[in-house]
Design a protein around this ligand. Sequence first.
Ligand SMILES: Nc1ncnc2c1ncn2[C@@H]1O[C@H](COP(=O)(O)OP(=O)(O)O)[C@@H](O)[C@H]1O
Ligand SMILES: O=C(O)C1=C[C@@H](OP(=O)(O)O)[C@@H](O)[C@H](O)C1
Ligand SMILES: [Mg+2]
Length: 170
Amino acid sequence: MPNNVFLVGPMGAGKSTIGRLLAAELKVPFYDSDRVIEQRTGADIPWIFDVEGESGFRDRESAVLAELAEEPGAVIATGGGIILRPENAEVMHRGGRVCYLTASVEHLVERTAKDKKRPLLQVDNPRQKIVELLEQRDPLYRAVADWVVVTDRRPPKVVARDIAERLGQD
Ligand SMILES: Nc1ncnc2c1ncn2[C@@H]1O[C@H](COP(=O)(O)OP(=O)(O)O)[C@@H](O)[C@H]1O
Ligand SMILES: O=C(O)C1=C[C@@H](OP(=O)(O)O)[C@@H](O)[C@H](O)C1
Ligand SMILES: [Mg+2]
C-alpha cells in the first residue's frame, strides 16, 4: 500500500513551498506535479495552456499524478485544479493520504500576485477569479481530503511541522 502525502488546495495555499519543507522534515522524496509536467513536456505551464488549452494541461496532469501515486512514500504537491477530474481523487485515495491546504482570500491574492506563471489568474480581476474558483472547488477539496490545514499567518516551516506531527499521530 503506497504511503504518499498529497497536498491539494487553491493557488497560493503554499502546496509547493510547504510540500518541499514537509518532505525534508520526513526525509522522503518531494515531487511537485506542475514541475514534473513541465519536465515531461519540455515547456512551461503558460505554454501548455496557450498551445494545448486547459484540457490538454489536465490530460498531462492526470497522467503525471497517476505516475507519482505509484511512489512508495513521497510528498506530492499537486496543482490547484487536480480535483477537477474525479479519477484523480480515486488515484490519490489509493496512493496515500490527502491534506487540504488553504488560506483566506486575502492571503491567496497576495501570494499569487507575485508571479505571472498561473494562466488562470492572468485576468483583469484575479481576486474575483480566486473567489469563483474557491466556490467551485472548495467542496471538491473537502471531499477528497483526510484533513484540512489553514496556512494564514503561519510561516511555511511551522505548517510543515504541524503536518508532520499530524502524520505521526495517524
Ligand atoms: N504559509 C505561508 N506564509 C507566507 N507565505 C507563503 C506561505 N506559503 C506560501 N507562501 C508564499 O506564497 C507564494 C505561493 O506559494 P506556493 O507554494 O507556490 O503555493 P501553491 O503551490 O499552493 O500555489 C510563494 O511566494 C510562497 O513563498
Ligand atoms: O488552480 C489551477 O487550476 C492551477 C494551479 C497551478 O498550480 P498551483 O496551485 O501550485 O499554483 C497550476 O497547476 C496551473 O496553473 C493550474
Ligand atoms: Mg504549486
